[in-house]
Structures are given as C-alpha cells and as structure tokens.
Write a protein that binds this ligand. Structure first.
Ligand SMILES: Nc1ncnc2c1ncn2[C@@H]1O[C@H](COP(=O)(O)OP(=O)(O)OP(=O)(O)O)[C@@H](O)[C@H]1O
Ligand SMILES: [Mg+2]
Length: 369
C-alpha cells in the first residue's frame, strides 16, 4: 500500500497543499515551524482519523478558518482508494472512503496501516505505565480480537467492583457473596489478559532485540523488556482476598492487570534512568520497527512509515544502519522530515538512496530530486 496524492485545505498552518508523492521515499525539508510534522500528521489523520499531536480537531483547523479537509489517494494492491477526512466547526467530523461516509470510524482504523516514529514518542519511555500498556494493548488488540474484547470487559468489571467497594465502605458492611460473584468474573478476564500479555511478549522481545541489535551493533548494549504484573506474585483470587481491607479503605481495586507495567532496560538497568538520549531513541526505534514488522505480517502489506526528525540524536553508525534497512527495501513507502536540508541530502547520498525531496518555504513546496 502507498499514498499517491495528498491534498490539504486549511489544515494547521497549510492553506492549500496538492502533492503527488513518490511510491518509495519522500523527504520533507524546511525550517522549524514550516509545517513538516503537520504534513505527517495529515497522513496520520487519514489512517487513524485523528492527530498524533493535538487531540482537539478544532485546534487543527487553520486559525481563522471554518474547517479543514484532508484527502489522500492510496494504492492498495493495484486498486485506487480515496480517503477524505474533514471537519467543520460545530459539525461532526466526516470520514469518507470512495465517496462513502463511515458511520463508525473504528471500521476504518487498521485498513491503511501506518507506523509513526516521532520525537514525542519518547514519552513511552519517560511517562508512567499507562502509555506503555496502551502501546502494547493497541498492538495485541490488532492481532487478537478476543484480547480487545477482554480488555473492554475488564475495564467495565473494574469500574463495577470499585463502585461496590465504595458502597461497602460507606455502609461499613461487606456483602461477601456479592463481592465473590463480582470477583469471579474479573478474575477470569484478568487472568486471560495476564496470560496473553506474557505469552505475546515472549514473541515480541526476540523480534525487538533483533532490530535493536542491528541498529546499535554493540555487543554489551543489551536491551530488554520485562513484564511487571501483580499477577506474577500470586494468583489473582488470592491477591484480591489479601488486599480486601486495603481496597475498602482506598475504595478501589489496588491489584490487577490495570497496574501492569513494561520495564525497559539497557544492560540490565532501567533505560529511563541510565540511557543516553541516543540510546533511548534507538530503543524507541527498535520498538517501532518491531511494530512495523508485526503489522506488515498481519496485514500482509507494509505499513507506511513516517519518520519525524529521525536523525536527531542518532550517531552516524546508527543512521547508517537505519539507512541500510531503507536501501535494502525493508520498508514500503517512507516519509522523512528534517529541518536540516543538507544533512538529509548527505545521508541519502552516502547511502545511495534515491528519494523525492520537497522543500517547504513560505507555505509552498519545491520538489527537487
Ligand atoms: N491550527 C493551526 N493554524 C495555523 N497554524 C498552526 C495551527 N496548528 C499549528 N500551526 C503552526 O504550525 C507550525 C508548526 O508546524 P510543524 O510542527 O509541522 O513544523 P515543523 O516543520 O515540523 O517544525 P520543526 O522542524 O520544528 O519540527 C507552528 O508554527 C504552528 O503555529
Ligand atoms: Mg516537526
């Protein structure tokens, strides 16, 4: 699958854009603030129906305008498909494929797979466990529908159990039978998710390590992911019983897979604390390339890869390795942004990669290369 044409009207800082892009490698070059990331974000909209940067559609309309429109023409296995995403102030967002409006956006997500590697992804390493759970949950859910169903059910059961704890706590009495009937259900769902995460990670880690090792080629720089779950320390039922008094005081369930985390380590130490910026970025690229590989396998087509400011913080060797993957044809269509035009030109030239370069200046594009 690849994008052939991209059209924007009043999307962020772009008044009007009409681009025919290359089937392989495209580079958006231009000064800070010229709108390179915004272009990638428009492609993100076409795939995920939302921005990767700003969750408020309204703020993605060009200032002072009534609405935005993004249009993409894709080639999927030789067939042309037109996707439109538009939003007008005060109206509902519209998503359209070949002139047909979607009623449920969830039917669209996944049809045009993309993988984005952006500077803000570093939050995955820096932030709390929730983001990491979201990253892995999103990926597992794409491959295993039952997992997604269980996840939704679990969250619902958790809310119900917490309400029950609140009620017991306020009344000062515990209805054991009622609690047990709630627990029976949540234990089943929780166990399913715990086992699925554990097993799935066994497949993910070797793939991730392969990508990371290729990128860094440092024999002592071992990267790893550890699954941390309350359920590793005992079965869910026992844990719930043991923590009941605490849960009643807190008025919420303090053990379970909703507290799971994935610990990222380098040479056995926590990446967040010991990793340099370049090492953290490399780790992130490793995670995302694994995501790319898994999605490509599952969808039987290569996702579009969006690399926003990818060269920053990486040393020459790692850039060289990344470019090796590009020149070997590991990826399908690629979009790269860089504020330093000369650097990208040099990197591509050294790697012998032919790319389409678009230079953004004063809101207009010049295509060269
Ligand atoms: N709704 C909007 N209306 C008008 N301009 C907007 C809107 N949203 C964002 N912008 C502008 O877009 C610009 C940022 O664009 P973008 O992030 O794409 O830049 P960039 O080329 O990626 O820069 P960098 O090299 O720093 O990453 C900012 O100047 C910002 O003010
Ligand atoms: Mg940018």
């Amino acid at each position: 699958m690849f994008l052939q044409k991209l059209r924007l009207y009043n999307f962020k800082n772009h008044e009007e854009v009409n681009l025919t892009v290359d089937e392989k490698i495209n580079c958006f070059l231009g000064k800070n603030g010229s709108g390179k990331t915004n272009l990638l974000d428009a492609i993100h909209y076409l795939s995920f129906t939302k921005s990767a940067v700003n969750p408020y559609d309204l703020q993605n309309i060009r200032t002072g305008q009534p609405g935005f429109l993004i249009k993409g023409v894709f080639d999927i296995k030789g067939k042309q498909k037109e996707v439109v995403c538009s939003f007008q102030q005060g109206e509902k967002k519209i998503l359209r494929e070949d002139s047909q409006d979607y009623t449920r956006f969830s039917e669209h997500v996944g049809k045009y797979p993309i993988v984005l590697i952006a500077p803000q992804d570093i939050e995955l390493i820096w932030d709390g466990a929730e983001l990491r759970r979201k990253f892995f949950d999103a990926l597992i859910s794409q491959l295993d529908r039952q997992y997604l169903d269980n996840l939704i059910i679990y969250n619902h059961q958790l809310k119900q159990r917490n309400s029950l704890l609140r009620a017991f706590s306020e009344r000062g009495t515990v209805d054991q039978d009622l609690l047990e009937s709630y627990d029976e259900k949540i234990i089943q769902t929780g166990d399913y998710i715990f086992k699925a995460r554990r097993e799935w990670l066994l497949e993910f880690i070797p793939k991730f390590r392969q990508h990371y090792d290729f990128l860094v080629r440092e024999s002592d720089e071992i990267a790893d992911i550890h699954y941390k779950s309350d359920l590793t320390h005992g079965d869910f039922q026992t844990l719930l019983r043991k923590n009941l008094q605490r849960d009643l005081i807190l008025q919420r369930t303090s053990v379970g897979i909703h507290r799971d985390d994935f610990l990222f380590t380098l040479k056995g130490l926590e990446l967040k604390r010991v990793g340099s910026q370049g090492q953290q970025k490399s780790f992130l690229i490793g995670l995302k390339l694994t995501e790319f590989e898994i999605l490509a396998e599952q969808k039987r087509m290569k996702p579009i890869l969006l690399l926003d400011d990818i060269f920053d913080k990486l040393d020459d060797f790692r850039i060289h390795q990344l470019m090796k993957l590009v020149s070997q044809g590991t990826f399908g269509q690629l979009f790269i942004t860089d504020a330093r035009k000369g650097r990208s030109e040099q990197i591509l030239k050294e790697a012998g990669i032919k790319a389409c370069l678009y230079v953004l200046e004063n809101g207009t594009f010049t295509k060269n290369g």
